[in-house]
Design a protein around this ligand. Structure first.
Ligand SMILES: Nc1nc2c(ncn2[C@@H]2O[C@H](COP(=O)(O)OP(=O)(O)OP(=O)(O)O)[C@@H](O)[C@H]2O)c(=O)[nH]1
Ligand SMILES: [Mg+2]
Length: 758
């Protein structure tokens, strides 16, 4: 613990006096709680090293500048706001450490410290570096993290002894050409420029951060960084000036209409629904120049939701649209905001409450703003017909676009050419591009390194120039130039009437040709690509022998079949209560369990499974955000085993969807409406409780916990499990090994919503 300042001061005086008497060369006054330095310090003229770090100094007495023999002066972690003008007198200084102070300026006198080898100025508020810095000819290390400079003096190029230059977390908007001298004629080994977004340098060029560098993770070569930087400057490189704006929301909220109205087009009554996605350019004028906004207008039909996920990219601008036709606006907003956050990362989002004229409404803005990171000023109540609030919405969009472009990275000329070339091909109606053709095009434009080509492809996919899954073995063969080609292909399958009505979603691969005409999908491999995409998007799964048959669960009959003989009171009842139940959950469950539902009822929102004499009815209620599971059968063991299987699959699906943590509820035996939290009951029991107070009908009574839990696991097993396992969230769920072997989920690698947004 540092001392009281007065005590500290006296102790420092004593130390100084002792040092003076001893003729000491070094003095340590660090971590003492000093708020000022005794002037007597100036008398230690033979001192070579002075350590004053971790104190509370706000100024330095000019006297200490008399210590002209000093080679090391460590002053980091103080409150210094200025340095004395005499700082230039330290002509012997080799190390000057001033990090974590409150300096806003750096005196020109600094240029006199010509012996200085190491200069540490990180974590101050310095806004400008004097040109005199260029005189520090001996400097090998300059650390200047987290300050406020926007430019570097050209004179920096004279520091040819520099080995390490760390300018991370500043506001640099440009770099002087002279900096290259540090590589060509100097010895620069490390250059860190992270956290200067306006330089437009992508992460892969910047390399690991200074604190991430190690033997396995070496720093990027300074020459490489500077070469890239100068290749994107001026006429050599161009900013893309392009932003992807993604409109999402359920069918008929007015996404397509909004896409038109924003661009100044007339309102059209009764327009056709969007099948798949429609992409249209919108040329905008921003304060700093022109830009292009690409409007991605998704069809809101449920059937397409599964597909959209894969086009919801990072670094895009999102408009989530809801309307007031029913009272589900908040739920719908949450549904889409969740998807946007899961797939679009930190992208900015605007929430638009459309069709206000016919259905005026509002949502709980504060709640959504807090939960999903939407700015409060990014909520709009619009009407496309009356043009209500369209202008402010447009303005907010343009502001956000300008903000995104301000930190936009620039593309070197050759990459720009590749991008332009691909765009031209798309305009010329080329829908897709083979791996080889892409490599050829890159090659022609001088992007020769395969690794560079791969990086560029990923970047182009983020930008929406191409749709590409280079890391997916089954999909890497093509990149899609025209996303409409892919979504249209999928759409033709998932909206096919006979497939829905007659085949109930069962599709033989061989009959795909009937759905996807040869003029757009000429070769079998193109059909295969659409199938692979559908598998990836989890819209279909192979079933049956040899995987020549596909099941598209979305195409199962809409209507719940009659289930007259099911009586919940006779069943084990288990519920999943979600805040938002995404549409992918049930189709995925149906697909995963299809072997158990063979020959039994399957429909879009439910399924009946059977195993070992037990049956399970699994139903989704999207209005209530609820999945209910009823299990029946003559044998308790078989019922438990089947419920275990069901729960195993749900756990697996839930684990893949970010933040989807439904509440698990279990019903009291014989009373399907008396539901209690499953986890809470298990925990109660582990704490020694045997009963729980519940309301049955009008009556409040204590019921044995076993009346809830015995149907899931026998009491003896539960006690065993409680002994061997610590109290935790997942409770004795592991299905038997045998089960695992038979039911290892298909499509392990596909995912609903990844658990981490990429
Ligand atoms: N009065 C009024 N009608 C609107 C508004 N927005 C859209 N509409 C009408 O609502 C219908 C659906 O609008 P679309 O723009 O096609 O809706 P969408 O969200 O693109 O629908 P999908 O493509 O099916 O997802 C059209 O007939 C529009 O004319 C609005 O703000 N006010
Ligand atoms: Mg539309």
């Amino acid at each position: 613990m540092p001392d009281d300042p007065e005590v500290a001061y006296r102790k420092a005086e004593e130390k100084i006096e002792a040092a003076r008497r001893a003729g000491a060369k070094a003095l340590d006054l660090s971590s003492m709680g000093l708020t000022s330095v005794p002037e007597a310090l100036g008398e230690l003229v033979v001192l070579q090293e002075l350590y004053l770090y971790h104190n509370q100094l706000t100024t330095l007495p000019a006297e200490i500048c008399k210590l002209t023999e000093l080679t090391k002066l460590w002053l980091y972690n103080n409150q210094l706001m200025t340095l004395p003008a005499e700082i230039g007198d330290f002509t012997s200084l080799t190390e000057l450490s001033l990090g974590s102070n409150r300096l806003q300026t750096l005196s020109t006198e600094i240029g006199k410290l010509t012996s200085l080898r190491e200069l540490y100025l990180s974590y101050n508020q310095i806004t400008r570096l004097p040109t005199e810095v260029g005189k520090l000819a001996a400097l090998t290390e300059f650390e200047f993290i987290s300050n406020q400079i926007t430019t570097l003096p050209t004179e920096f190029g004279q520091l040819t002894s520099l080995r390490s230059l760390n300018l991370s977390i500043n506001q640099l908007t440009s770099l002087p050409e002279a900096l290259r001298t540090l590589c060509t004629e100097g010895k620069l080994e490390h250059l860190f420029l992270h956290g200067n977004p306006a330089l437009g340098l992508p992460a892969e060029v910047l390399g690991p951060r200074w604190n991430e560098v190690n033997d396995e993770n070496p720093a990027a070569k300074p020459a490489g960084i500077l070469d890239y930087y100068f290749s994107i400057r001026g006429s050599a490189g161009q900013a893309l000036r392009e932003v992807k704006l993604i409109l999402v929301g359920r069918g008929e909220v007015g996404k397509s209409t909004m896409a038109d109205v924003l661009r100044g087009k007339e309102f059209v009554k009764d327009r056709a629904r969007t099948d798949g996605v429609a992409i249209s350019p919108w040329d905008v004028k921003l304060p700093d120049g022109e830009a292009k906004v690409l409007l991605w207008d998704f069809g809101g039909q449920e059937i397409m939701h599964g597909t959209h996920q894969f086009f919801l990219t990072h670094r895009s601008l999102y408009v989530v649209m809801v309307d007031g036709r029913d009272d589900r606006a908040k739920q719908n907003a949450e549904y889409w905001l969740k998807l946007v956050r899961a797939f679009g990362g930190e992208s900015p989002v605007l929430v638009v409450m459309n069709r206000q004229k016919a259905h005026p409404f509002d949502v709980d803005r504060q709640y959504l703003a807090d939960k999903y990171g939407v700015k409060l000023e990014h909520f709009f109540r619009t009407d496309c017909e009356t043009k209500k609030d369209i202008a402010p919405l447009r303005e907010a969009i343009l502001e956000e676009v300008a903000r995104m472009l301000a930190t936009e990275e620039r593309f070197p000329k050759n990459r720009w050419e590749v991008k332009a070339r691909l765009e031209r091909m798309k305009e010329e109606k080329e829908d897709y591009l083979s791996e080889e053709r892409y490599a050829e095009i890159c090659d022609e434009h001088g992007v020769k390194d395969p690794e560079e080509q791969g990086k560029l492809l990923r970047r182009l996919a983020d930008l929406g120039t191409v749709v590409s899954f280079p890391d997916d073995g089954n999909l890497s063969e093509f990149s899609v130039l025209n996303p409409e080609w892919a979504t249209d292909g999928i759409y033709r399958v998932v909206t096919n009437e006979p497939l829905r009505e007659e085949k109930h979603g069962q599709l033989r691969c061989a009959s795909l040709r009937d759905l996807l005409p040869r003029d757009r999908w000429p070769k079998p491999k193109h059909l295969q690509y659409i199938v692979e995409l559908m598998k990836k998007f989890e819209l279909c799964f192979p079933v049956g022998e040899g995987e020549d048959s596909l099941l598209v669960p979305e195409l199962l009959p809409d209507k719940t079949p009659p289930l007259p003989d099911w009586d919940a009171a006779q069943c084990v009842v288990f519920h999943y209560q979600y805040t938002v139940l995404p549409h992918g959950v049930l189709p995925r469950f149906i697909t995963r369990t299809h072997t158990l539902s063979h020959g039994r009822a399957r429909w879009r929102t439910g399924v009946v499974l059977a195993d070992d004499g037990a049956e399970a009815l699994v139903k989704a209620d999207y209005d209530a955000n609820l999945v209910s599971v009823w299990v029946r059968g003559p044998h308790a063991d078989a019922r438990r085993a089947l419920l275990k299987v069901v729960r195993h699959h749900f756990e697996h699906i839930h684990a893949r969807i970010k933040e989807l943590k439904p509440k698990e509820l279990v019903a009291l035996k014989g009373h399907p409406d008396v539901l209690e939290s499953f986890i809470a009951l298990v925990m109660d029991e582990r704490r020694g409780k045997t009963t729980v107070a519940v309301t049955v009908g009008e009556e409040r009574t204590d019921k044995p916990i076993g009346d809830f839990l015995d149907c899931i696991e026998p009491a003896l097993e539960r006690r065993k499990a409680a002994k061997t396992k610590k109290a935790g969230r997942t409770i004795h769920l592991e299905p038997g090994a045998q089960y695992h072997e038979h039911h290892e989920p298909m499509n392990q690698d596909s995912h609903d919503i990844p658990s981490t947004a990429t």
